[in-house]
Design a protein around this ligand. Structure first.
Ligand SMILES: CC(C)(COP(=O)(O)OP(=O)(O)OC[C@H]1O[C@@H](n2cnc3c(N)ncnc32)[C@H](O)[C@@H]1OP(=O)(O)O)[C@@H](O)C(=O)NCCC(=O)NCCSC(=O)C[C@](C)(O)C(=O)O
Length: 372
């Protein structure tokens, strides 16, 4: 029956439920079996980096550095105009890749080798995103899932120039899991990882006296030869609300159901939607940046997402200073000249919730301004 003479009332609730039961679902996303090492995927969606999108991301995550908001502050920092924020660029690169890579579900396990390839990206830039499958492997703990690592690059669509690249690892459901094996669906918030085999903290946790490169270096020098670390917490928190939960991932075209399909997530171990990892980390990094004079972001490594973040949780930040060097130890994006202006500082940042549980950790390398 294909025409208007069809006598069936398809919207009658009982009939409709029967139709849903029998109808095939046209699926989105890819299962683990779709990925083979070496495959290159050009992601169909692209995104235009608008000033409005940038400001929305920065405002909601507390990234309030004036250089990204005011032309005079941008000029002082060496920009032509307030540029696209590095966290927004990263999330806007990840977003268009989700449909092909991780929409099927399974959690974002981590990311490393995040590197900015060019100094400034300005509003109006259109992004194209591509990924290469680096590694696929079975999950020993969750046979229903595989673990996939991709290298993803966000490019200027007009020139093809790489703007940012990174390696990310996700758990991806298998199409044909071995049903004899009991699993938790791979969506279980983990026990808190034992991040340090020796739980003993140093006797002293030192805080830098100021926000400049020299303050971080002096604090590290003070810690040298003592049972001390340079480590401190940031005061601000940010409670997860609707603006963050579904609003920001969808604004970057991230179609992962974890963030906007509450009905699907009701059956998962979290029982509800979970926050996009890039939102969680951007909030924690914003807290840290509010206590330093950032000149440029250079890169991030060893990023991990330790536990679910859900609506009503509050994200705080903790920072450990790992090193400071006048000469950068990792590649500085083309166009950046920081000589006598800024030095490199390496941090470990931890995002934690209101119960003081870590939910994200990662290292960050940034250029921090020297004193005038
Ligand atoms: C992830 C959970 C389930 C692990 O829970 P656990 O602690 O019980 O498990 P584990 O033993 O630490 O790790 C499980 C497996 O993953 C591996 N693994 C672990 N980390 C890595 C890594 N970095 N690189 C490579 N492999 C890794 C690890 O080796 C192990 O392998 P095995 O199964 O063979 O034993 C748990 O910690 C959890 O629930 N965390 C929260 C996850 C989360 O909320 N992520 C952010 C939100 S989801 C998201 O943003 C989505 C996105 C961006 O939109 C989108 O992908 O599309």
């Amino acid at each position: 029956m294909t025409d208007d003479t069809d006598p069936t009332d398809w919207t009658d609730p009982e009939t409709f439920r029967a139709a849903l039961d029998r109808a095939e679902t046209r699926e989105k996303g890819n299962y683990f079996e779709a990925f083979a090492e070496g495959d290159r995927i050009e992601h169909e969606p692209g995104i235009r980096l608008s000033r409005a999108g940038n400001e929305r991301w920065m405002a909601q995550t507390l990234n309030h550095d004036p250089a990204f908001w005011r032309t005079d502050a941008a000029a002082e920092r060496g920009y032509d105009e307030p540029p696209i924020h590095p966290d927004y660029l990263l999330a806007a690169t990840m977003g268009p890749s989700v449909e092909d890579l991780s929409e099927k579900g399974g959690y974002f396990l981590g990311r490393t080798d995040v590197r900015y390839r060019t100094d400034a990206v300005y509003p109006g830039t259109e992004l194209r995103v591509d990924s290469t499958v680096i590694e696929t492997k079975a999950s020993g703990s969750r046979p229903e899932y595989g673990i996939v690592t991709w290298e993803t690059t966000g490019r200027d669509a007009e020139t093809g120039d790489a703007l940012v690249s990174y390696r990310r690892t996700n758990m991806i459901p298998r199409r044909d899991p071995d049903e004899s094996v009991e699993t938790d669906g791979g969506q279980t918030a983990g026990e808190q990882p034992d991040t340090d085999a020796d739980p003993r903290l140093p006797d002293e946790l030192l805080t830098p006296d100021g926000e400049c490169f020299e303050d971080f270096r002096t604090a590290l020098d003070d810690a040298e030869g003592r049972d001390a670390a340079v480590a401190y917490r940031h005061e601000r928190g940010r409670t997860i609300d609707d603006a963050l939960l579904a609003g920001l991932p969808l604004a970057t075209l991230n179609t992962a159901k974890q963030h906007h399909d509450a009905a699907a997530m009701a059956d998962s171990p979290s029982g509800e939607s979970v926050v996009y990892g890039d939102v969680t980390r951007s909030i924690a990094l914003a807290h840290a940046r509010s206590d330093e004079r950032t000149f440029r972001e250079l890169g991030y490594d060893d990023e991990r997402f330790h536990d679910f973040v859900t609506a009503g949780d509050t994200i705080y930040g903790f920072t450990r200073v790992l090193g400071a060097s006048e000469t950068p130890t990792i590649d500085v994006p083309s166009g950046v000249d920081a000589t006598d202006t800024a030095g490199e500082v390496r941090f470990q940042h931890v995002a934690f919730n209101q119960n003081e549980e870590p939910v994200y950790s990662g290292t960050r390398t940034a250029l921090i301004e020297m004193r005038d």
